[in-house]
Ligand binder design. Structure first.
Ligand SMILES: Cc1ncc(COP(=O)(O)O)c(C=O)c1O
Length: 357
């Protein structure tokens, strides 16, 4: 029996999508084979790939002067590819707002000079400092930030109004609400939260910016090679791409990003409101930076953590353990987690408090 899955990633996938994939598993339409068995150069797969890309572009209203690449290597490879391609031996500005931006900084600093424009590390990344306090470089190649820090559960909800190419890691927030892509030179996201199964990484890159990318790198590390080859420079992760396409169709059927954005806001609002009114649970993130996708919370008495997770699992609520680096709990409430799952979690938390509080 399927249960409510609050995993941070790989995360829940809409059941309707899994059912469709199950129905098509052995044979995709009249092709005589599974999508997994098709050549990525076949007309069948090219149609699947193009449809997925078009739906993604439609959903995010991506302007026509952007490339959308379907790559591999996870968001982690982007931590290196971004500075390799775009630092041009100039300083690169980084916002340090959580564990993932720290990893991005660590990788980039092996490749180019880094300037940390702001950091909330001394307060355990419980906020993202206001833009007015940042120390940006005079002539940065780009400014990189992680829009939603999956582990700490903080978010920068609006792109900074800064006049350098903006690059954002949106792995855990992409497709959760409508954004203005035109504000960015590049956005990237690992798939395993709101896009589909792990193994796929989507990059959205503005053409003018792409023209400045390095052409001295090994082919697999050059964005322009991937763009020129329509993301088929080598064999792409075909099944993940196909499944992502199904997730995009599902999102369109649900009314697109404005519509899912409202549902996501409501889910987060209800969960934070419940935590805030309780003296048994707490959320450490400053209100203006609370993530709508990853909601960490602490029990007043951490000795009850193990019991909480045990009872939650018995109640059909899975993967609520916080990341090992921060402890406590975390409920990841991505697009595929419906409001009913959040209601079930809130009810359970109330019952647990009544029993142990
Ligand atoms: C915001 C963010 N960036 C980067 C990563 C790393 O992604 P991957 O493991 O796909 O390389 C993650 C993974 O959870 C993430 O949440």
């Amino acid at each position: 029996m399927r249960k409510w899955n609050f995993s941070a990633g790989p995360a829940a996938i809409p059941e309707a999508v899994l059912q469709e994939a199950q129905a098509e598993m052995l044979e995709w339409y009249d092709s005589g084979m599974s999508v997994m068995e098709m050549s990525h150069r076949s007309s069948e797969f090219i149609d699947i790939a193009n449809k997925a890309r078009e739906d993604f572009i439609d959903l995010l209203k991506i302007p026509s002067d952007y490339q959308v690449l379907f790559l591999q290597g996870g968001a982690t490879l982007q931590f290196s590819m971004v500075p390799m391609n775009f630092s041009s031996q100039r300083v690169a500005d980084y916002v340090l707002s959580g564990s993932w931006s720290k990893k991005a900084v660590h990788e980039a600093s092996k490749i180019t000079d880094i300037n940390i424009v702001t950091s909330s590390e001394s307060s355990n990344f419980n906020n993202v400092p206001n833009e007015e306090s940042w120390s940006c470089s005079e002539n940065a190649a780009y400014l990189h930030y992680v829009a939603n820090e999956t582990i700490q559960g903080n978010a920068l909800h609006f792109p900074p109004a800064i006049d350098v190419p903006l690059i954002s890691d949106m792995s855990s927030v992409i497709l959760s609400e409508q954004i203005d892509v035109s504000k960015f030179s590049m956005i990237y996201a690992g798939a395993q939260k709101n896009i589909g199964p792990a193994g796929l990484t989507i990059c959205i890159i503005k053409n003018d910016f792409l023209k400045t990318a390095s052409t001295d790198l090994p082919g697999m590390l050059q964005y322009s090679k991937h763009a020129d080859a329509d993301s088929m420079f080598n064999t792409p992760p075909t099944f993940a791409w196909y499944l992502a396409g199904k997730v995009f169709s599902w999102l369109k059927d649900k009314g697109g990003l404005e519509s899912i954005g409202k549902i996501n806001q409501l889910k987060a609002k209800n969960l934070y409101a419940f935590i805030d009114q309780s003296d048994f649970y707490s959320n450490p993130i400053s209100e203006k930076n609370r993530s709508i996708m990853n909601v960490p919370f602490l029990l007043k008495n951490s000795k009850l953590d193990t019991e909480f997770l045990h009872e939650a699992e018995n109640a059909g609520l899975l993967n609520l353990k916080g990341h090992r680096s921060v402890g406590g709990m975390r409920a990841s409430i991505y697009n595929a987690t419906p409001i009913e799952a959040v209601d079930a979690l809130i009810n359970f938390m109330g019952d647990f408090q009544a029993k142990h509080g």
